[in-house]
Design a protein around this ligand. Sequence first.
Ligand code: ADP
Length: 390
Amino acid sequence: MVLRSTGDPEFVELSEAINAMAEHYALLVEEATRHRNHLNAILSSLVDALVAVDKDLKITIINPSACSLLGITPDSRGRYLLECIRNYDLNQLFQQVLQEQTTIQQEIQIFSPQHHIFRTIVSPIRSQRTGRLVGVVAILHDITEQKRLEQMRTDFVANVSHELRTPLTSIKGFVETLQDGAIDDPESAKRFLKIMETETDRMVDLVKDLLELSRLEASDRSWDLAVVDLARIAENMTDAYYQRAQELGLELSIAIEDNLPLVNGDATLLRQVLANLLDNALKYTDAGGQVWLTLSGDDTGVTLEVEDTGVGIPAKHLDRIFERFYRVDKGRCRQRGGTGLGLAIVKHIVEKHGGTITIKSEYGVGSTFTVTLPGIEDMSEIEDISAAAL
Ligand code: ADP
């Protein structure tokens, strides 16, 4: 609104002064609004959760990340912190910063709405004018994934050490027994050397699988990508597996659909997927059982199924079966000569090829592993199929 005055010069001057003030005030309001919008934009784009409280521990500011990560609603402003986030440690931390008036960093675990671990930095807020404490602000940085990876690394080292220690202890024991005189008894010596050979083979397998896993995980690994015909790979493996199945007293049936779609992949690795799944099916099925390998295709790609009437896997283990070193029955699996890394390797390879792997299993009845791999969508892009590494 603008005041207009004519006539008396005093009124003209006054109206001009009022107009100038109104203009100044409008500018101030505009600037304050711009500042507030800017601050809101920053708070909204923060990935970290931000929570500020006043001296009574009542919430004054929360950003959208805080709402989703801590399970609070934007209308929590003005309410007590503990009322909105039921976490004793976080509340204690805010209280400590209020008392000590210094910045404190601490890891905080939140269990609701989901389990999260946060690196939390809490600092006192001081009035810019008086320097007096007016509240406390916390930034919560989500380190859940980082912690999970750290834990996985620690577990991995512990597992590898354990896996190597077991055969090493056994070999050392037999070496000592031989040195203590068993070497003079050819029968015992032969038996002990056979066990030592088995244990050494187990360590070699383990190291081989570990190297394979680390090669698969290396981001700079160069992939031998080519047009791969899974039907041909499977056909080339059949003789060896039919023979092994026969030796084990198992019935193996292989069905490969005609005109199976071709896939873009690394033939050596895809051969390993087939071999690992077949090895497991033969390993975990007792004599008299059956194993089927089926390869079929559709518009999307190839489906590879390995089914057995073996020992099966209890439902509670199914979620973790693709983890490294995860075994259903440690004793029995070692007896059957596994490293516990085979399925982890398989999953890695399948996912690197853009595929999926699932398992259906019933304890005491059998298991079915199903792998899907995307087919090559546009064959016209592949100029000379016969020249490619089929
Ligand atoms: P391993 O070398 O011990 O066989 P894997 O990673 O290949 O390791 O498999 C992990 C675990 O999954 C095995 O120890 C076994 O308990 C279970 N498993 C894998 N395949 C089968 C199967 N076909 N039938 C029953 N159990 C299986």
